[in-house]
Structure formats: structure tokens, C-alpha cells
Design a protein. Structure first.
Lengths: 185, 210
């Protein structure tokens, strides 16, 4: 009994010191990380806005893949939406933003956070990866499997089918959501 | 005495190289070695965690009883990895992003727990620190060599870190136009690892023969 209590005390002490070290490190790094995330999101919104004015962010609940949306306007007219999306990739949740015209056609998309495999799913962060989805969602279906791509695009996503499927389904979810808004918002 | 310290430092370079001779930590070696910059980032993470875990475990070697040493080591190692992850996320986000899931997986990297168990728990903090430095350099050499060959043949590029106007990516003529795609994928990593392991085994057996 006494021995077990001693062991418990030793482990507790080690855990307490580690918890303090982690808390202290977090207090230093957390504000820096939060600022970077905000800057990254702001840059991504600007990049996908198509030069239109970005409106106020609204949270979206109970819609698959969609987390929030922001209207895009030109003058007084609503021209489209930016939608914050989430998907389930190979390394867990991934988040991205995509812009759409009112009929659900995707204009631009950019990856935000993800834990995909370096060299494979991480390619989704590269410039040009999202080009496979541009112009889809309205009359053209959003590709969600490699079979829906031409041979060179399919080769480019080789080895990262799960990531590609996650991005495709999220973009399709965003397109479906924008179609329900219909520019009336 | 000085010679002993030197031996602790240098044994990890070739004689007990963690990648090619001891064959530890292969998960990140095969997973991250698609680009040279990833290999360097992973090496830096392993260096920090291995150095501090070896020093802390060596300092605590008389305090931690044998029956609870594994959970105690794991708590120390997991905390150091989390600290590394938070610091990299805040101050080198590009490397943090490139390493992805492999950064938290340093917790289960056999080199870290292996050195804690086999060396740091039985030796002084100085020797443990030297062992950590030597093993980290050996790991860095192994993973960087594999990444260099894989990236050169698989993509025809060498990716370093962007500095000023330099994008960080060097395109290698001929290789860039004729990439061997399999080298960038998992089978290429396994094939290359097999050939390099055979080469190092041949080298060490020749040395023993002499």
C-alpha cells in the first residue's frame, strides 16, 4: 500500500511539472497561433472573393460540410457567397474556404487547416490543386472520385484519394448550400 | 574519460546509426522523407525531444522506480513533443504544416523511448546528452539522405526553406523532366530503404571482417 502510494506520488509529481510546463508554453504560443490563423483566414477570404466585397460572417448549423458563410456583393447586388467548409481527410478534419456564384458554381477555393500526409494529401495546399473543382457545382458535377477526372488530374491526386474525396465532398456540400440561398439573403 | 564521451557522441553517426543499423523510427523516416525540408524539420523536432528527454530521464533515473518507468518516460516524452509542436506551430508554421501528423507521432518514435530505456536511465546527464546529440545527428543523416534521393528521383527537385527571394525549391535539370514517380510514393520509400539498409549492412560486415 505504502509502495503504491509512493509510486502514485512520483507519477503525480512528474505529471504536475509537465502540466505546468505545457500550460506555460501554451500561454506564450496560443496568442501567436490565434493571430496567424486569423491572418491566414483573412488572406484566404481575400484570395477567393473574386474582387467582390466580403460581407459579415454568419454561422451555419446542421448543414453537412458547411460551417459558416459570407455574402459577396458588388454594389448593392449579392453576387455570390464564400462558404467555410470542413471535411474528413486521411489525417482527420480539414477546413477550407470556397467561393460560389449564386447558382452554386465554384469560383475559387483554398485549404486552411489540415493534418494530411506530407507529400500526398498535403498537396491539397498547393496552388493549382483546387483548379480541378473550378467551374463545377452548377451545370458540371463536382468531382469527388478520381474516375471523374481526366488522366493527368487523376495522376496528380494519386496516393491521396481520401483527401481528394474529402475536399470534393466539402465543395459539393458548399455548392448545394449556396443553391438553397439563391441570392435572396 | 574524454575518449568515452567522444564515443558516446559519435556512435550514433555510423556504428549504431538509428535508421540504417538499429532500424528505429522508420515510420517518420518513410513517411516524411518526400522532401528534404521535411526531413530537416523532423530532424530538428527529434533532436529537441531526444536531447531533453534523455537529460530529464537521466536526472530522474534514481527517482523513478523500475515498475513505473515506462509511464513516467511516456509522460515526459509526450510533454516534450507537445511543447515542440506548440512552438513549431507558433514560430515556424510552414515546417509545422509540412510535418503534419508525423510531428505528434514523435511520441511513439522508438528512438526516443529506446534511448531513454537503454541509455539515459543508466547513465549520467552528460553522457545521455551526448548520446542524444549523436543519435539525432545519425537520424538526421539517415532521413535526409533518403529524402534527398527520393525527392531528386521522384520530383527532380530539392526543397529547402524559402529565404528572401529564394522560393526554397531547386529544380534539377533532367531529373525534373524525367521524374520516377514511384520514388515519391510509399513503395519507393520502402525500396530505397531496403537498398540502403543492404548497403550499410555490407559496409559494416566488411568492417567487421577487417
Amino acid at each position: 500500500m505504502k509502495k503504491n502510494l509512493k509510486y502514485a506520488f512520483i507519477l503525480l509529481s512528474i505529471c504536475a511539472v509537465c502540466a505546468f510546463a505545457l500550460g506555460y508554453t501554451n500561454s506564450i504560443t496560443e496568442p501567436v497561433i490565434a493571430r496567424q490563423e486569423l491572418e491566414k483566414k483573412t488572406r484566404a477570404l481575400e484570395a477567393v472573393s473574386n474582387g467582390w466585397t466580403i460581407g459579415e460572417q454568419e454561422s451555419v448549423e446542421s448543414v453537412p460540410y458547411v460551417v459558416y458563410s459570407l455574402p459577396l456583393t458588388e454594389g448593392d447586388a449579392t453576387t455570390g457567397y464564400i462558404v467555410g467548409l470542413k471535411g474528413s481527410g486521411y489525417g482527420g478534419e480539414l477546413t477550407l474556404v470556397a467561393s460560389y456564384t449564386l447558382d452554386g458554381k465554384m469560383l475559387f477555393a483554398q485549404m486552411l487547416a489540415n493534418s494530411e500526409t506530407p507529400g500526398l494529401g498535403k498537396k491539397s495546399e498547393l496552388k493549382g490543386y483546387m483548379d480541378k473543382f473550378v467551374g463545377t457545382g452548377a451545370t458540371k458535377p463536382v468531382p469527388t472520385t478520381k474516375d471523374m477526372l481526366n488522366s493527368s488530374d487523376a495522376a496528380a491526386v494519386s496516393g491521396s484519394s481520401v483527401t481528394f474525396m474529402a475536399v470534393g465532398k466539402a465543395i459539393r456540400g458548399g455548392s448545394d448550400y449556396v443553391k438553397t440561398l439563391g441570392g435572396s439573403k | 574519460m574524454k575518449g568515452n564521451h567522444m564515443k558516446e557522441l559519435t556512435k550514433g553517426f555510423f556504428e549504431q546509426n538509428p535508421v540504417f543499423i538499429v532500424v528505429l523510427g522508420l515510420c517518420p523516416v518513410l513517411g516524411v522523407s518526400t522532401q528534404v525540408s521535411n526531413a530537416i524539420g523532423m530532424s530538428a523536432g527529434v533532436f529537441f525531444v531526444l536531447l531533453f528527454s534523455n537529460i530529464i530521464i537521466s536526472l530522474l533515473r534514481k527517482v523513478i522506480p523500475a515498475s513505473i518507468h515506462i509511464p513516467a518516460y511516456i509522460v515526459v516524452i509526450a510533454s516534450l513533443v507537445t511543447v515542440t509542436e506548440m512552438v513549431m506551430h507558433a514560430f515556424v508554421p510552414a515546417v509545422y504544416s509540412a510535418l503534419g501528423v508525423y510531428l505528434p507521432l514523435i511520441v511513439v518514435n522508438c528512438i526516443i523511448l529506446g534511448r531513454a530505456e537503454a541509455f539515459a536511465s543508466k547513465n549520467t546527464p552528460l553522457d545521455s546528452a551526448l548520446d542524444a546529440i549523436g543519435m539525432s545527428i545519425g537520424f538526421a543523416m539517415g532521413i535526409t539522405l533518403i529524402a534527398f534521393i527520393r525527392e531528386l528521383f521522384g520530383s527532380g527537385t530539392i526543397t529547402l526553406f524559402p529565404v528572401g527571394g529564394f522560393s526554397g525549391v531547386i529544380n534539377i535539370p533532367w531529373f525534373y523532366d524525367n521524374p520516377v514517380r514511384v520514388m515519391a510514393l510509399a513503395p519507393g520509400a520502402l525500396l530505397l530503404m531496403g537498398y540502403l539498409k543492404a548497403f550499410f549492412d555490407w559496409k559494416s560486415s566488411r568492417k567487421k571482417g577487417k
